[in-house]
Ligand binder design. Structure first.
Ligand SMILES: C[S@@+](CC[C@H](N)C(=O)[O-])C[C@H]1O[C@@H](n2cnc3c(N)ncnc32)[C@H](O)[C@@H]1O
Length: 285
């Protein structure tokens, strides 16, 4: 959920050189890089990769459950259909064994779609451990061509589109695969988070304006700093404009019916402003 310094990884030195040879950042395969980077997050036990417990699954079977799209605030139950029994739910970029298992235990037909095989492995682990039926599919959130139009009643999409260079195809594809009347519940970052120098925020606990929006680790970071991030091993991140995050949903055809903001107490910026946003968006027809 959101950006966290401890999750950068070191797999693409070769790619870095390749990028140098192509002379621009687009030569880098971000999806492949972030796939390995998130596999490493599972190894590193990043909090957004730790599966739910059997007790949580059992409670969900009894109707006792809550989920997050953003770091702390539980999604209002009113954002979900009253009865999840038999509802087709797509957990989009939502691997890690944290959301899919709960929705499956609550009675839904769950498909978890994620770029990281290791994150999907966490969902399969819970499914096998607690006797749940969950379909897991590996892929890029910007390309849902494996799914037919009108396949899902609900899409659950926690903060994750920071890991793709362009968010608009995600909204378009999500709209296409939803049934009429279906809802998409999304978490995403307020781009304000990305104008600040990350190192100063992390190491000196203060805010220093350094970057412009839209933000890209590939475009905005100094080459040596990017090399270090890549060697340190965390996923590459992108700060999308609110035009793309909210305007992009409207452009895709959604009507936004729910909204709230959230904070991540560990981040100094949370003292000043909430940097996480959640929306409930409806496909009317
Ligand atoms: C912060 S986690 C979100 C799920 C987690 N359970 C949570 O609640 O925070 C971000 C997820 O996005 C996935 N991801 C990153 N890039 C992706 C892409 N291009 N397509 C699909 N999933 C992607 C990662 O593998 C990771 O599981």
């Amino acid at each position: 959920m959101g950006s966290s310094a401890q999750c950068r990884s070191g797999i693409a030195i070769r790619r870095l050189n390749l990028r140098k040879s192509t002379g621009n950042n687009t030569g880098m395969d971000v999806t492949a890089f972030n796939r390995q980077a998130w596999n490493r997050q599972v190894e590193g036990r990043n909090q957004w990769t730790i599966p739910v417990t059997s007790q949580q699954v059992e409670a969900a079977r009894q109707g006792e459950w809550s989920l997050v799209l953003t770091p702390t605030i539980p999604v209002p139950r009113a954002w979900f259909p009253d009865d999840l029994t038999g509802k087709e739910i797509l957990c989009l970029a939502s691997g890690g064994g944290q959301q899919g298992p709960i929705l499956a235990a609550a009675g839904a037909e769950v498909t978890v779609f994620d770029n990281s095989p290791a994150q999907l492995g966490q969902d399969r682990l819970v499914a096998e451990r607690d006797g749940l039926k969950i379909e897991t599919i590996q892929g890029d959130m910007a390309n849902l061509s494996i799914f037919q139009d009108y396949s899902f009643d609900l899409i659950f999409h926690p903060v994750s589109n920071v890991f793709v260079p362009d968010v608009k195809p995600v909204w378009r594809e999500a709209y296409r695969v939803l049934k009429p009347g279906g809802a998409m519940l999304s978490g995403f970052m307020n781009p304000l988070f990305y104008i600040f120098d990350f190192d100063v925020m992390e190491n000196e606990n203060r805010l220093e304006v350094r970057h412009t929006i839209p933000y890209s680790d590939l475009e905005n970071l100094e080459p040596q700093r990017l090399q270090q991030f890549v060697e340190d091993g965390s996923p590459l991140e992108f700060g999308h404009t609110l035009d793309d995050q909210i305007g992009g949903q409207l452009e895709a055809g959604f009507l936004i019916a729910g909204f709230y903001e959230d904070r991540y107490p560990q981040e100094i910026i949370s003292r000043y402003i909430a940097c996480y946003i959640a929306t409930r968006s409806i496909k009317m027809t």
